[in-house]
Design a protein around this ligand. Structure first.
Ligand SMILES: [Zn+2]
Length: 352
């Protein structure tokens, strides 16, 4: 039985063999396969058209049906640039066997709004969070250094914070339980430095820092990670490797050392659950598990519906056997705020 992840690999290989418009059609279908909500084999078994699925037309349907009827004999091993990505339908099949794990989830700690490059408002994201029964979400728009993504400066951040306070008040009045946390995905330089006034960051509920530049260098980047973790203004390091499906491998580092440093400082490394990223991935999560550092789950959603990507991170963390108490999204809102306060105190002591 071919899984959606295996079909994605077959589609990606077909793109490499083809030319012209078919290259793009197959590439798009390969990427979309990670998002299909159900297994292709199940749709076929139910006599449903595959065109129900994103990026599949009649032509690709025929190709997929041939693979299903006649699966490749040899084991499908993806090249590194496509390896260790989980498909949403596969994640759901896996998680359905572990319902207790799903129930531990309290919130999502990375998402974007119209303030930077997202399509929804703060309220839209809060409504999507309510539908998922969350206790909290963190709004993490880009900071001013990332111009290409419409990064915001201190003034806009303060405006956003005021808007978040209003949204929280109205949720409370309406009897809702979602807390919207003010946060930021601060852009980090390769030296681990941020681009915002620390005073503005100290007013936020939680701060994520991420690298968005110099992501194609091949030499060891351990020093960059250690510097970023020691940045006193962040508590979570976002999409640590900077990998993108079929596009970029991401950075290299002495990962046991990076995770050990995070454990020492009690900071969290993220599983960015965006299907193209899935960063940290399973292989690194297994190392993180041994080091005992904290893990954060963030969908990196740019549209409200994308909060469903969280299942990719939940599945990866469970497959890596990360203990529940290491996942900060399993904390209550009060525990989460206490943890942030403790990390901030520790960094102040350290830098005195
Ligand atoms: Zn980012």
């Amino acid at each position: 039985m071919l899984t959606n992840a295996q079909l994605a690999e077959l589609l990606a290989r077909e793109a490499e063999r083809e030319s012209g418009v078919l290259v793009r059609a197959y590439r798009r279908a390969a990427r979309s396969a990670f998002l299909w909500p159900e297994q292709v084999v199940d749709l076929i078994a139910q006599n449903r058209p595959l065109t129900e699925l994103r990026s599949i037309g009649p032509f690709i349907t025929k190709r997929i049906e041939r693979w299903i009827d006649n699966p490749p004999k040899q084991k499908l091993r993806s090249p590194v640039i496509r390896r260790d990505f989980i498909a949403l339908a596969d994640a759901r099949t896996f998680l359905a066997k572990h319902p207790a794990w799903m129930q531990l989830l309290r919130g999502d700690l990375q998402m974007h709004t119209r303030y930077s490059d997202g399509s929804g408002t703060i309220r839209h994201m809060a409504e999507a969070a309510r539908e998922r029964n969350y206790e909290y979400i963190a709004i993490t728009d880009h900071s001013k250094g990332l111009k290409i993504a419409g990064g915001i400066d201190e003034k806009r951040l303060a405006k956003q914070q005021a808007e978040i306070a209003k949204v929280n008040t109205s949720i409370l009045r309406a009897g809702g339980r979602v807390n919207v946390l003010s946060s930021l995905e601060m852009n980090l330089t390769p030296r681990g430095e941020g681009d915002m006034d620390p005073k503005a960051l100290a007013k936020l509920d939680i701060v994520l820092g991420s690298f968005h530049s110099v992501l194609r260098v091949k030499h060891d980047q351990t020093a960059r990670y250690v510097a970023a973790l020691r940045n006193p203004d962040i508590q979570i390091l976002g999409h640590p490797r900077g990998r993108i499906y079929n596009y970029r491998l991401g950075l290299k580092a002495d990962w046991p050392r990076v995770f050990a440093e995070a454990a020492k400082l009690d900071k969290a490394l993220e599983i960015d659950c965006y299907p193209d990223r899935q960063d940290l991935n399973l292989a690194l999560l297994k190392i993180a598990k041994r080091a005992g550092c904290r893990i954060s789950l963030g969908t990196d959603a740019h549209h409200p519906w994308q909060l469903e990507f969280i299942e990719l991170g939940l599945a990866a963390a469970l497959k890596a056997k990360i203990p529940a108490e290491r996942i900060i999204n399993f904390m209550s809102i009060l525990q989460l705020k206490d943890w942030v306060a403790a990390v901030r105190r520790r960094m102040r002591r350290r830098n005195r």
